[in-house]
Write a protein that binds this ligand. Structure first.
Ligand code: GSH
Length: 228
């Protein structure tokens, strides 16, 4: 099984796909396609029917779309931690994962993930206000926190993750969002702050972040940290 991923500091969807593979407990290799190189488009089109990654290559099939990859893996490994074991919890997890998959465009676009960047950065940019004040962003920041608060209250007993003790694919979907809140110093309520901490401290998430830092050291930390 092979997963095509992007640069770890910025590729949110491939981070989610990689977390899904880790959660499945199945063996997999990765191959990296950096996304902003001259030959990126050509490489993407060679491996992906949609020209987007992640793509999971398994059993002669190329599976695109993070959500489809997670469901495919869950069919192969239904006893894994990909989804909560309880059906009602699993439904709630799919609902919020679905909301992440299909919404929050303004927030995602305005506060791009960069796992090695810390805001405020130098160069005279005074605060994160100009990003948060872009149309739609503050409402979406509030909505994400509401999702975290209500899910933690309804399903989170017994552990620090959205559905309690086990980090699942819903957490994987929100991990890049949690990282944005940290990177851009977004003010949060205490429940969301604790969740962000727990999510970004999960061993799989930390493994991905360490990989991003390693890539940044190889490619030039300052250049990577300055993106986008
Ligand atoms: N809805 C897709 C989104 C995939 C996506 O947009 N991936 C980005 C990388 S994070 C990509 O391949 N971008 C290629 C490009 O922009 O040229 C999914 O869930 O996998």
């Amino acid at each position: 099984m092979k997963l095509y991923i992007g640069g770890k500091w910025s590729s949110t969807w491939t981070m989610r796909g990689w977390l899904a593979c880790k959660l499945s407990g199945l063996d997999f290799d990765t191959e990296t396609i950096f996304l902003s190189r001259e030959d990126s488009r050509e490489k993407l089109e060679a491996v992906s029917p949609t020209g987007r990654i992640p793509v999971l290559l398994h059993d002669g099939q190329r599976i695109t779309d993070t959500w489809a990859i997670a469901e495919y893996l869950w069919e192969l490994a239904p006893d894994s931690d990909l989804w909560p074991r309880d059906r009602r919890a699993r439904t709630a997890a799919r609902m919020i994962a679905g909301e992440m998959h299909g919404h929050f465009f303004e927030l995602r676009y305005s506060l791009q993930m960069n796992l090695v960047k810390r805001w405020p950065i130098a160069n005279g940019i005074p605060s994160n206000v100009k990003l948060l004040d872009k149309p739609g962003v503050r409402d979406q920041v509030a909505r994400v926190q509401k999702i975290w608060r209500t899910t933690r209250a309804d399903w989170g007993a017994g552990g620090p993750y959205l559905f309690g003790e086990r980090f699942c694919f819903a957490d994987a979907m929100y991990a890049p969002m949690a990282s944005r809140f940290r990177t851009y110093s977004v003010e949060t309520d205490p429940v969301s702050a604790a969740y962000i901490e727990a999510c970004l401290d999960h061993p799989y998430v930390l493994e991905w972040i360490r990989g991003a830092e390693e890539q940044a050291r190889e490619l030039g930390w300052d250049a990577v940290a300055a993106w986008p």
